[in-house]
Design a protein around this ligand. Structure first.
Ligand SMILES: *[C@@H]1O[C@H](CO)[C@@H](O)[C@H](O)[C@H]1NC(C)=O
Length: 353
């Protein structure tokens, strides 16, 4: 693939020159990110879930079930940091969320090319409801709350996580935002969760009026760094039995296996939450209790030519960090692709065609 690499480098250089002439205070650009397509065996999770559809397929029966999507703008995200969180762990996650709206694509790297987080979100915005309203392209962090005292202990369940949200909307300065709000519960690496590491790395659902008082869409994602990075922070960690044989884990773009792994899962859950907030809008399969959603269809796929044991073509910077999109504050992220209802295939901002 050296031909492609040369063309890509030239293109990047041209982008750099145009960005520099347009703006004096230019951030350091990656002049020569290598393009790689690492061979990675299927993750232990996707082996058992059988939910992977690489590339295009007419067999995928993704359907619209007449429910709402998150079309009100902006989508207001309320974050609950549950457990012990360090600032250096929080800031890449915040930067990722801040990178979704197009207005935030202000860094030189972001404006000079289209391989950005907000370009990645464009695929999610292609989903509409029955009135033709698209998923909003704007998302903001509307509030944050630290549940550092583990209000429901260090082990959570699908029910107790709703009580964490109830605390958030009752005690913390969180409004009950019916119209635009979604709630994101992020648990630190010492918190365990029902089915975590076996069946789930994150999930989304909506709260029950009987527990929380309202129906509010939410997602939970855990930091798997200590508990199961080889499952939930894949491909930044590989199961022990896979090491050797030339397979190596990829270097995380923000230097933290647990956090970088979490960011891809956050992307996955946000995409699904936005297109299927009440589990009655966009999903495949006949069973709404086990829907296959727009992130599930592309799990483990990060670039063109992925599937069959390859991540797809992604970028690698000089320090060896792997990524497939640029974000705010000079950040880089490696986030899985999303199923496009238009192309009927998995799509990402680093797609080559
Ligand atoms: C809204 O969705 C339709 C159908 O997928 C698409 O053609 C259109 O480009 C979308 N608009 C935006 C702003 O994303």
């Amino acid at each position: 693939m050296s031909l492609f690499r040369t063309v890509f480098s030239l293109f990047t250089l041209l982008q750099f020159i145009s960005a520099t002439s347009a703006e004096q205070t230019v951030q350091t650009l990656e002049l020569n990110p290598d393009i790689i397509n690492p061979r990675i065996p299927p993750s232990p999770k996707s082996l058992s879930t059988n939910k992977k559809f690489e590339g295009s397929s007419n067999l995928v029966d993704l359907k619209y079930h007449m429910g709402p999507v998150l079309s009100n703008s902006p989508i207001n995200v309320y974050i609950i940091w549950y457990g012990k969180w360090a600032k250096r762990q929080q800031s890449p996650i915040r930067d990722f969320l801040h990178s979704i709206s197009p207005s935030s694509a202000s860094s030189a790297a972001a404006s000079a090319n289209t391989q950005t987080v907000s370009d990645w979100w464009k695929t999610v915005s292609l989903y509409t409801d029955q009135t033709g309203a698209n998923v909003s392209s704007n998302l903001i962090v509307a509030g944050e709350y630290s549940d550092h005292r583990y209000s429901r202990g260090t082990h959570l369940t699908r029910l107790s996580v709703q009580q964490v949200i109830a605390n958030g909307v009752k005690k913390a300065p969180f409004p009950v935002d019916h119209k635009n709000g979604i709630y994101l519960i992020l648990t630190s690496e010492d918190v365990t969760m029902q089915d975590y590491c076996r069946a789930v790395c994150g999930f989304h659902y909506f709260t029950f009026p009987s527990l929380v008082g309202y129906t509010l869409p939410y997602a939970w994602i855990g930091n798997s760094g200590k508990q199961c990075p080889e499952v939930c922070a894949y491909p930044f960690a590989l199961p022990a039995y896979m090491s050797g044989g030339g397979l190596a884990a990829l270097k995380p773009p923000n230097g933290d296996v647990g956090i970088d792994g979490m960011i891809s899962v956050i992307g996955h859950e946000l995409a699904e939450l936005s297109s299927n907030p009440l589990i009655n809008a966009w999903y495949a399969g006949g069973d709404p209790t086990a829907p296959t959603e727009i992130g599930d269809l592309c799990e483990g796929l990060y670039g063109t030519g992925g599937g069959g044991g390859y991540t797809g073509q992604v970028m690698r910077d000089r320090s060896g960090k792997t990524f497939n999109m640029y974000g705010k504050n000079g950040r880089k992220f490696l986030v899985q692709w999303i199923w496009s209802p238009v192309l009927k295939a998995c799509v990402g901002p680093n797609a080559l065609d």
